[in-house]
Ligand binder design. Structure first.
Ligand SMILES: Cc1cc2nc3c(=O)[nH]c(=O)nc-3n(C[C@H](O)[C@H](O)[C@H](O)COP(=O)(O)OP(=O)(O)OC[C@H]3O[C@@H](n4cnc5c(N)ncnc54)[C@H](O)[C@@H]3O)c2cc1C
Length: 538
């Protein structure tokens, strides 16, 4: 297994004379995809992420690996075909994290059945050999058997189609591990604070600060890739103060509910809500994720917050389609993410018309900026970006290897009834930790499946540095049940403290800051119960 010890990795960036081929700023889907592509081609690659991998938008998606049925409706055939191709590659290269999910579009209009069946048949045809299964029209009775809690009033039938579903931040962590295995240097909690230029005003490196120690390092390189999502304009400003914004953030919110609101394995897709948007209700782990919204914003942040009207809109729409209507009280977690949509020239007040395809920009200085796109197309975005870096940095040309590159953890036929399936080929090594300490086999919370060994594994092998890294992105408790996450924080802080030699003051501060953060994922504030009661796993 490749070393993920932070101090060892930091050593590799301390040589001031080393010249990297590619430095990537940003450790979300886009930056990680570029790092895997560059390293697997054999380039000296460094990725710097200011917080944790996928801390930004890449942990806050709808969890779909999809072509985008709605882009088909907008006539963007090329974008849909490309995304469907990438969907197939991702299922092949990370089968432990991506699965084939069936979606039902319930029809309440006489024309709905034929209309959506034709559209979705085209969707399937565009996937070519990498198709996930054919769409078909189903009767009202079949809709009810798949979705027992569907609102039956006026229901005429439905259409079933197939798309992919995944765990976004787990994939990000596995991509960081893949990049390391391919020879890249990858660091979280390293912020790029300025760019270095040569006499010709061309990019020659970056200055970066270790957010844990405040120490600053000078990095020399041939190319810099700005893969900072909604933050791309901050780096473009470092490059050229006064530059016009390239990105318009659009917020998307999801509510997480208990599965009793929609038991069964199928997801619902509502193609046209009251304001013309698409809404999904998707089973995810053992909960139900409902969303999303599309709200133009003028500001960006690493912790965006849902607006009241977004929460109301999702609850109002869900209650129209589900016989058991959810209320605010039923919300286990609410999370918001910002789409880094490439802003058009002219008026950018309507986000639905802004392009979802990715854009590559090369500044006069040679800074390469990649923005837009989606999780599903991260690999293709990485390939396009490194092709551009070869041109800009005059790198020795080598072909992309990622189409057939297995992602760390890749394993076929995982047992999805055991929550540890997300670790894929690492599962046995994780469970072996219990031989080192039997306590680590215990569950951390009566309402969540996670065991203590996952915390130790996250710190030792997945570069987790604090309570939030574990509870938000290594296990997904913050997103699935924020109250349970608050309850688990003291135990998680204690386990991390032992691994990283931290003191009691660190533990206390971690619990307090995580509790504050997690309350932002709840509609009603909550304090940790004095003592959680860990249970045996088996
Ligand atoms: C609500 C919502 C739902 C979505 N659903 C789906 C879906 O179901 N399927 C799908 O395919 N796509 C989906 N997407 C799109 C997808 O999530 C995004 O396209 C993708 O995650 C963007 O990744 P990114 O790496 O560009 O940005 P981010 O994930 O935001 O990563 C950028 C990173 O750059 C870091 N950074 C910024 N400045 C610096 C600096 N100075 N130094 C170092 N690091 C820095 C940030 O900390 C951040 O981690 C969704 C998007 C949203 C908002």
């Amino acid at each position: 297994m490749v070393a993920t010890n932070r101090s060892d990795i930091v050593k590799s960036i301390t040589d001031p004379n080393k010249i990297w081929d590619v430095v990537i700023v940003g450790g979300g889907a886009t930056g990680l995809g570029a790092a895997v592509d560059a390293a697997s081609r054999g380039y000296k690659t460094l990725l710097l992420e200011q917080a944790d991998f996928a801390k930004g938008t890449s942990s806050r998606s709808t969890k779909l690996v999809h072509g985008g049925v709605r882009y088909l409706a907008q006539g963007d055939i090329g974008l849909v075909r490309e995304a469907l191709h990438e969907r197939g590659l991702l299922l092949k290269n990370a089968p432990h994290l991506v699965k084939n999910e069936s979606f039902v579009i319930p029809n309440y209009e006489w024309w709905g059945g034929a209309f959506y069946t034709i559209g979705l048949t085209l969707y399937d045809l565009l996937a070519g050999k990498l198709g996930f299964g054919r769409a078909k029209h189903i009767s009202k009775k079949e809709v009810i058997s798949k979705l027992p809690t569907i609102n039956q009033k006026g229901l005429r039938g439905g259409v079933v189609y197939h798309d992919g579903q995944f765990d976004d931040s787990r994939l990000a962590v596995n991509l960081a591990q893949t990049a390391l295995e391919q020879g890249a240097t990858v660091l979280n909690y390293f912020r790029v604070v300025s760019l270095i230029k040569d006499d010709q005003q061309k990019i020659a490196g970056v200055i970066t600060t270790d957010m844990e120690t405040d120490q600053t390092y000078t990095i020399k390189c041939k190319t810099v890739i700005n893969a900072t999502g909604v933050f791309v304009d901050d780096l473009l400003q470092m490059d050229k103060p006064g530059k016009k914004p390239m990105v318009r953030p659009s917020q998307g919110v999801h509510l997480v509910l208990d599965r009793s609101f929609m038991p069964g394995e199928d997801a619902i897709m509502i193609p046209k809500t009251e304001d013309g948007r698409v809404l999904f209700a998707v089973p995810w782990h053992d909960k139900l994720v409902v969303g999303t919204t599309d709200t133009p914003l003028n500001e960006h942040s690493l912790e965006p917050r849902a607006l009241e009207e977004e929460i109301d809109f999702i609850i109002r729409t869900a209650e129209k389609y589900l016989s058991k209507a959810p209320t605010r009280h039923d919300v286990l977690s609410v999370f918001a993410g910002l789409r880094p949509l490439a802003a058009p020239e002219g008026d950018s007040s309507k986000t639905k018309e802004i392009s979802r395809s990715h854009k590559l920009l090369v500044s006069d200085s040679g800074l390469i900026t990649i923005t837009g796109g989606k999780w599903t197309t991260y690999r293709r975005m990485g390939e396009d970006t490194i092709n551009k870096a070869i041109e800009v940095g005059k790198l020795d040309p080598k072909p992309s290897m990622t189409k057939d590159l297995s992602i760390h953890g890749s394993k076929l036929n995982v047992n999805r009834d055991d929550h540890l399936y997300v670790y894929g080929s690492d599962e046995n090594a994780l469970l072996a930790l219990v031989n080192e300490n039997a306590e680590w086999g215990k569950k951390m919370h009566p309402d969540m499946p996670y065991i203590q060994a996952e915390v130790v594994w996250g710190v030792r092998h997945e570069m987790a540095r604090n309570v939030e890294d574990i509870l938000a992105r290594r296990v997904r408790s913050l997103f699935l049940n924020a109250r349970a996450a608050i309850d688990m924080a003291p135990l998680v802080a204690g386990l991390i403290a032992k691994e990283l030699n931290k003191d009691a003051a660190w533990e206390k501060e971690q619990v307090a800051s995580f509790t504050f953060l997690a309350n932002g994922y709840l509609l009603e504030p909550y304090q940790a119960s004095p003592k959680s009661s860990p249970k045996e796993r088996m």
